[in-house]
Design a protein around this ligand. Structure first.
Ligand SMILES: *Cc1c(COP(=O)(O)O)cnc(C)c1O
Length: 421
C-alpha cells in the first residue's frame, strides 16, 4: 500500500511551487512536544493570525489610554468599528457592502433572521433542511416551529441521502422542494454540510425554492472562507455564519449575517430590534429617540454594541483573505484537494470517503468513515502529531485549508492513515 504514495520530496516540491505558500507564515501553528503539529482542523477552529494579537492589544491600549473617548477617537474607534467589516465581508460572501454585517454568533443570528423571514401561515409553515443537521440548527429550527405553534414532526422536512448513499443528490433535493413547495415557508440550507463536507449547488436549489415562493436562508458555518459564494447574485434571502472556523477569528468570535438588499428597507418585515440596529445618526439621542428607525441593510438587524475585543481578530483575518483573494484561495484549495484525494485513493475499501469526489461538490474538508476502530485510528493520527477530529460514531474529519496548510501536511496525513487504517 505504502508504495502507492508519492515521495515526501514530491510533496515538498509542490509546496515550493505554491504561489500562496508565504501566507502560512502569517499564522501561529500549534506545537506539541516542541514541534509544529500538522493542523488539519480549520473546519472546527481556524488558526490564529499573527496580527490578531496586535489588533486586540491596540483596543486594550485605547481603552486604557482614552476610556470612553475610544468610541470616537483612535485608529479604529468603537462606535463605527463594525462598519470596517462591510467591504471585506461583502467580498468574502459575494454581497453588496450593506448586505453583510459582523454581529452576535451563528445561532443567535439564525433566530434573529428567522424571526423576520420565517412567517408561517396555516397553509404554508414547513421548513426544509439538509441532513445530517448540526445540533444547534436542529434545536433552533424545532424551537422556531414550536414557537409558532407547529409540531416539528409534521413541519420539519429533512433532505436525506438515498439508502446506502452518503451524499445528497441535487435532483432529489429539488424534487422534495417541488413536492413540499406549496406548504413550505423556508428552505434552510447549509453551504457545506458539517459532517459530510458536501457542498450543495446553492444557485440551483435557491432558484427552485424561490420559484415556489419559499424563502431561502443559508447556514455558511462551513462555507464562509471555504468555497466561493455569491449571495447577492444567488438571490438568497438571508444567511448566517460563524467566524472561528475557516475565518480564523478565534474561539467564540463574532459571527456574520447577510440580508439581501431587496429586504433592506422593507418596513413590513417584523424584527426583534435593538439600539445598534437604529440609525447611527440619532442612536446616541437615547431617550429622545423612542421610535426605532432601522438603518437599511443587514446592519439594521444588529442589537447590541459589538464586543470590540472579539471583533478585532476578524479584522486581522479578513485582511489575509483580501491579500490572497478568494479566487486564488479556491484555486489552491482545488489543487490541494485533488492531490489529497489521489493519495487517499490508496486506502481502497478500508475507509469510505463520504465527501463527494466531484470538486464542485466539496470544499477543503474530507470526511472519512472508518467502520472499524475509528477512534483508535484517530488516536494514531493524533500520536503522529496530526490535529483533526472524530465525530461519533465513525467519522474522521480533516481539512486542508489553503491559507495555511501545505501539500506536505496532506501527505503526512495520508501516510499516517495508510499505515494505521
Ligand atoms: C459550527 C456550527 C454552528 C455553531 O453555532 P454557534 O452559534 O457559533 O455556536 C452552527 N451550525 C453549524 C452548521 C455549524 O457548523
Amino acid at each position: 500500500m505504502r508504495d502507492l504514495l508519492p515521495s515526501e520530496a514530491s510533496a515538498r516540491e509542490l509546496d515550493a511551487r505554491d504561489p500562496l505558500r508565504a501566507l502560512r507564515r502569517e499564522f501561529l501553528i500549534p506545537k506539541r512536544g516542541g514541534s509544529e503539529t500538522i493542523y488539519l482542523c480549520g473546519h472546527s477552529l481556524g488558526l490564529q493570525p499573527r496580527s490578531a494579537r496586535r489588533l486586540v492589544d491596540e483596543h486594550l491600549e485605547e481603552w486604557a489610554k482614552r476610556g470612553v473617548d475610544g468610541h470616537f477617537k483612535g485608529r479604529a474607534p468603537w462606535f463605527p468599528y463594525h462598519e470596517r467589516f462591510r467591504k471585506p465581508l461583502a467580498r468574502l460572501v459575494g454581497a453588496k457592502p450593506r448586505e453583510a454585517v459582523a454581529m452576535n454568533s451563528l445561532s443567535v443570528n439564525m433566530h434573529l433572521l428567522l424571526a423576520s423571514f420565517y412567517r408561517p401561515t396555516k397553509a404554508r409553515f414547513k421548513i426544509i433542511t439538509d441532513a445530517p443537521v448540526f445540533p444547534s440548527d436542529l434545536y433552533a429550527l424545532k424551537s422556531q416551529l414550536r414557537w409558532h405553534g407547529f409540531d416539528p414532526k409534521a413541519a420539519l422536512v429533512l433532505l436525506q441521502p438515498r439508502p446506502g448513499e452518503t451524499a445528497l443528490r441535487p435532483d432529489d433535493m429539488e424534487s422534495v422542494i417541488d413536492r413540499e413547495g406549496p406548504r413550505a415557508a423556508v428552505l434552510w440550507l447549509n453551504g457545506v454540510n458539517f459532517l459530510t463536507g458536501q457542498a450543495y449547488p446553492i444557485p440551483r436549489l435557491a432558484a427552485a425554492a424561490r420559484r415556489r415562493g419559499i424563502r431561502v436562508g443559508l447556514d455558511l458555518a462551513h462555507a464562509a472562507g471555504n468555497v466561493p459564494l455569491s449571495l447577492h447574485d444567488w438571490n438568497v434571502d438571508f444567511a448566517v455564519w460563524c467566524s472561528y472556523k475557516y475565518l480564523n477569528a478565534g474561539p467564540g468570535a463574532v459571527g456574520g449575517a447577510f440580508v439581501h438588499e431587496r429586504h433592506a428597507r422593507d418596513a413590513r418585515l417584523p424584527r426583534l430590534a435593538g439600539w445598534w440596529g437604529h440609525d447611527p445618526r440619532t442612536r446616541f439621542r437615547m431617550q429622545l429617540e423612542p421610535r426605532f428607525s432601522p438603518q437599511p441593510g443587514a446592519e439594521g438587524w444588529q442589537l447590541s454594541n459589538p464586543p470590540i475585543l472579539s471583533l478585532a481578530p476578524l479584522e486581522a483575518s479578513l485582511a489575509l483573505f483580501d491579500r490572497a483573494g478568494m479566487p486564488a484561495l479556491r484555486g489552491k484549495s482545488e489543487r490541494l484537494s485533488a492531490y489529497w484525494w489521489r493519495l487517499l485513493g490508496g486506502l481502497g475499501s478500508r475507509i469510505e470517503m463520504i465527501t463527494p469526489a466531484d470538486p464542485a461538490q466539496r470544499g477543503c474538508q474530507v470526511s472519512l468513515r472508518v467502520r472499524r476502530n475509528g477512534r483508535a485510528v484517530h488516536r494514531k493520527l493524533e500520536e503522529a502529531g496530526i490535529v483533526c477530529d472524530f465525530r461519533q460514531p465513525d467519522v474522521i474529519r480533516a481539512a486542508a485549508v489553503p491559507l495555511y496548510n501545505s501539500f506536505h501536511d496532506a501527505w503526512v496525513f495520508a501516510r499516517t492513515l495508510l499505515r494505521h487504517a
